[in-house]
Write a protein that binds this ligand. Structure first.
Ligand code: SAM
Length: 217
């Protein structure tokens, strides 16, 4: 029988080598990555690779993002304790756990029911209170709007008008925008009810967002 690796040591190495060394040094953020057990969010057969420097499959053709990308997006989001956050694309629930660990209130919407169910059960078993529903997150999630922050964790052809609408004035969103094959990570600040300001953080590759304002099935 194969012995489980020491996940705490692997997690420390991930935080040090993949996140801090690449310039993300916010201590609260690094602590959150130390506190969330990433190996709980991957498939059992991938558990030995949970702390490696790349995305992994989570079933249903979907992925858990590379740790550094999760860190980069979380840092760019500039969350404050108590913020109400919409995550589009729950997937494994890992990004939601990081945000919850930072003291925010997370509302996460997922298109695939089985992933939403698994993520909800896992997050609850780990003690994270995250509200998850199944739906088309390209339309946001009107029920709990407005949000202080919106994070989209799948590739979008454009910024959905409904995300803009559901973000508070002064709020921020982080979205991978581009084609189905490659995207730019875009940070959007809603500076007034009718105006936004954007900057780009660099290239990335996400699975596509499928829905009304996303890509076709
Ligand atoms: N944040 C996730 C995590 O921490 O594991 C990774 C998300 S994965 C890269 C992208 C997710 O977006 C997939 O689970 C996919 O099913 C979901 N998705 C695709 N289109 C969607 C839509 N219109 N609304 C909500 N979720 C969607």
């Amino acid at each position: 029988m194969m012995k489980n690796p020491d996940f705490t040591q692997l997690r420390e190495a991930m935080v040090r080598e993949q996140i801090a060394k690449r310039g993300i040094t916010n201590p609260d953020l690094l602590r959150a990555f130390m506190d969330v057990p990433r190996h709980s969010f991957v498939l059992q057969e991938e558990i030995n690779f949970a702390y490696e420097d790349h995305p992994l499959p989570v079933g249903e053709g979907q992925t858990i993002s590379q740790p550094y990308i999760v860190a980069l997006m979380t840092e760019a989001l500039k969350v404050r304790g108590g913020d109400k956050i919409l995550e589009v694309g729950t997937g494994s629930g890992y990004q939601a756990a990081i945000l919850a660990q930072l003291g925010t209130r997370v509302f996460s919407i997922e298109r695939i029911p089985s992933l939403a169910r698994q993520a909800q059960a896992l997050l609850s078993s780990l003690g994270y209170h995250v509200t998850i529903d199944v739906g088309d997150g390209t339309c946001g999630w009107q029920e709990y709007a407005p949000y202080d922050r919106i994070i989209v964790t799948a590739a979008s052809p454009a910024i959905s008008p409904l995300w803009e609408e559901q973000l508070i004035v002064g709020g921020r969103m982080v979205v991978p925008v581009g084609s189905e094959f490659s995207q730019e990570l875009v940070v959007v600040d809603k500076v007034s009810a009718t105006h936004t300001k954007s900057e780009t953080l660099g290239g990335c590759v996400f699975v596509p967002l499928i829905g009304k304002y996303g890509f076709a099935k």
